[in-house]
Design a protein around this ligand. Structure first.
Ligand code: ZN
Length: 75
């Protein structure tokens, strides 16, 4: 196995932020929900503090749509 790269070969990575413990991370899209749930469960008694970076939420639909090819089927 080679070292993981920063390319998106495994799909889009989504930045998450937690204002309570000043954590930021980039998580593969498919793992975001589980990662946030575990983080909040372990560190914040289940409070929904960690979340997807608000700056990205607006673009997330586009990101996913692009990844799925929905916006790029004209070529
Ligand atoms: Zn936290």
């Amino acid at each position: 196995m080679t070292a993981p790269s920063e390319t998106d070969e495994h799909g889009p990575r989504v930045p998450i932020v937690c204002t309570a413990c000043d954590t930021t991370a980039r998580i593969p899209l498919e793992e975001v929900a589980d990662t946030l749930e575990r983080h909040n469960e372990r560190l914040h008694d289940g409070a929904e503090i960690a979340q997807v970076d608000p700056d990205v939420v607006d673009h997330l639909a586009d990101l996913v749509a692009t990844e799925m090819g929905l916006l790029d089927d004209s070529s």
